[in-house]
Design a protein around this ligand. Structure first.
Ligand SMILES: Nc1ncnc2c1ncn2[C@@H]1O[C@H](COP(=O)(O)OP(=O)(O)OP(=O)(O)O)[C@@H](O)[C@H]1O
Length: 589
């Protein structure tokens, strides 16, 4: 199958001429060969799934995480990704127990797995089928959705889950974690509850309530997971319920009946439990997606209550995320029984397909200048712009409305209908710039997003990793631009260090900052930096008049000039120019 078609599946419809360079990158040169029973060999990894360029003949020897030097330039090219950093995954974990390096499949995929009796990874869906008897219908559904080879996390996580083990799966953003838990879920459920070929149905046993439950932090993500489930559900009458605020109550009433899978946010599920609209005692397969977010203080209590309601003796649990800080790891350890822990690449690291820049803007005024400059010159479109609150999202959206771009917004002050429509417009390619809050930071998969702008600096490394992970997905490349002001300095150091690791030019002094007072991670996350409102900043200095003049073809402001000094923006990398594509955006499917 054509590699490019594979990568655009479920994401962007690319204009091949416009993205000629990227197309060339994903073109396969040879047929994959599978010689071992794992189906994995250095030569066998198809280029289009070689998200980390494993198969490019790189050295696979483990490297200690303790080496703190920068990566070689070649290893951090935004187009080529890296093989170097990912070797760290094979190293020793926090507790000192070493990752299982015995498997060739694991070392080729840069997978570190810890736990007892870890099954071999499977580099091919056919091999999974031979080993675990995946149904032909599931294989056909994978093929019809152009999913021909498993990604690294899928190679390892699917066998573990099919062996009914608990699992903590950590893999970078955009590497296919959803399918890693959805595929075994369907295989383990076997057939829909309503199906007559189920042994229970033949014995006349009555079953009520969902057998599988997927919990995730936002309704947008729940909707996206629902769509992913529907891809594998084709051909059978699976009863899958989306349990979120946007879903109709008549739909949700079905949860007490013959339902196979429920997908929802902790709050909605908990509300339904309290209203006796759902019972979870029949759940045997439980997934926490974006687990660190679900297990932290925002959702932690609700998630634990949901977990307590899943009382089936055969309950199998798995948690997935691109990041799992130690606090969440500790909770996960308590929750999971004899789990296998799988790390693909380096835990808590940003996607290597994203070219990152860090720009000092001095003040909020400088920041608005910098953004307008970016939008007026070579913006990586379509893009997401992250701000720290819904108020600021509304303000910045209002400001950008006057620019020559299709702008949209998404935040929690919008109704469910508005949020659904906003996501749909983005998927259809009608939106070039979306101003959003953290609501969009986790899990959302708009395959064709070219750029992410951190307009307001994120307060945690995890927040940064997830935000910029909205681009550079499924092997594509992307650009992440991060602005900061003097007010962001307490949060700067770890994120500056992370960006510095990728060879981006960053202001030197950001690396020399003293360690800030140690804040608990939830304190960091909750702490909102006090900022002048966007409206005030724009009205005073860089307001609508300039933007309107530009929009109406006025000669003066084709390109806003940076102010310099403390109020001006100094962009510290040229990576933006490298990947900003001009021309027409042909839309997301
Ligand atoms: N085996 C595969 N082959 C090709 N594409 C795949 C495969 N598995 C998943 N994808 C695609 O990769 C993209 C990213 O997948 P997904 O959203 O599951 O990533 P993720 O790891 O969960 O990311 P995040 O950490 O941001 O939640 C999706 O468009 C998905 O359809």
């Amino acid at each position: 199958m054509e590699a490019f078609a594979l990568l655009s599946r479920g994401g962007a419809r690319f204009n091949k001429d416009r993205f000629r360079d990227q197309v060339r990158l994903f073109e396969t040169t040879g047929e994959a060969s599978t010689s071992s029973d794992t189906g994995i060999g250095a030569a066998s990894l198809p280029t289009e799934l070689d998200f980390f360029k494993y198969a490019s003949g790189s050295d696979t020897k483990p490297r200690s995480t303790k080496s703190k030097g920068k990566l070689p330039a070649a290893a951090t090219s935004p187009l080529l990704g890296s093989s170097m950093l990912l070797e760290d995954a094979m190293s020793v974990d926090e507790e000192g127990s070493s990752g299982d390096e015995s498997s060739t499949g694991r070392s080729i995929h840069r997978i570190a797995a810890t736990g007892s009796r870890i099954p071999e990874p499977a580099g091919d869906f056919e091999i999974l089928s031979q080993r675990y008897g995946l149904s032909q219908l599931l294989l056909d559904n994978l093929a019809s959705n152009e999913l021909s080879h498993p990604t690294a996390i899928q190679c390892q996580a699917v066998p573990i889950l099919l062996e009914k083990r608990d699992l903590a799966g950590i893999s970078p953003t955009g590497t296919g974690k959803t399918l890693a838990y959805v595929l075994p879920m369907f295989a383990l459920l076997g057939s829909p509850l309503t199906s007559k070929d189920r042994p229970e149905a033949q014995q006349g046993t009555k079953e009520h309530g969902p057998r599988a439950l997927i919990v995730c932090p936002t309704r947008e993500l729940a909707g996206q997971i629902y769509n992913e489930c529907m891809k594998l559900a084709q051909g059978r009458k699976w009863n899958i319920l989306l349990f979120s605020k946007g879903a109709s109550s008549s739909e949700q009433k079905k949860a007490m009946g013959k339902v196979d899978i429920v997908i929802g946010t902790p709050l909605r599920i908990l509300a339904a439990i309290r209203e006796e609209a759902i019972r979870l005692d029949n759940v045997r397969y439980l997934v926490l997606d974006e687990a660190d977010n679900l297990l932290d203080t925002d959702f932690g209590k609700q998630t634990e209550e949901v977990l307590e309601s899943c009382t089936h003796p055969d309950l199998q649990k798995c948690i997935f995320s691109a990041t799992l800080p130690q606090v969440a790891e500790r909770v996960a350890k308590r929750v999971l029984v004899d789990p296998v822990r799988v790390v693909v690449g380096v835990k808590d690291s940003a996607s290597l397909n994203v070219a990152q820049t860090l720009t000092y803007c001095g003040t909020e005024v400088g920041k608005l200048f910098a953004l307008r400059q970016l939008l007026a010159t070579s913006p990586p479109l379509p893009m997401l712009i992250f701000v720290q609150s819904k108020e600021r999202a509304k303000q910045l959206y209002q400001e950008l409305l006057y620019d020559n771009l299709t702008v949209d917004q998404l935040h929690s002050d919008m109704t469910s209908k508005q949020r659904i429509e906003s996501v749909a417009r983005m998927r259809r390619g009608e939106t070039w710039v979306m101003v959003c809050t953290e609501v969009m930071a986790r899990g959302m998969d708009f395959g064709g997003i070219k750029g992410v702008v951190n307009y307001d600096f994120p307060t945690t490394v995890q927040g940064y990793v997830h935000r910029i992970g909205r681009t550079g997905r499924a092997g594509r490349t992307g650009v992440a631009v991060t602005y900061f002001t003097d007010a962001d300095v307490p949060f700067l150091r770890p994120i500056a260090q992370m960006i510095n690791q990728t060879h981006a030019q960053i202001p030197e002094w950001t690396l020399k900052l003293n360690k800030a007072r140690k804040m608990k991670s939830d304190e960091k996350r909750r702490r909102k930096v006090k900022r002048d409102s966007v409206t005030k900043v724009a009205g005073g200095l860089v307001g609508r008049r300039d933007a309107l003049r530009r929009r109406h073809g006025g000669k003066k402001e084709k390109k806003l000039s940076p102010r310099g000094g403390r109020n001006g923006a100094r962009t510290s990398s040229s990576a933006i120019d490298a990947s900003g594509d001009d021309g027409e955006w042909s839309g997301l499917s």
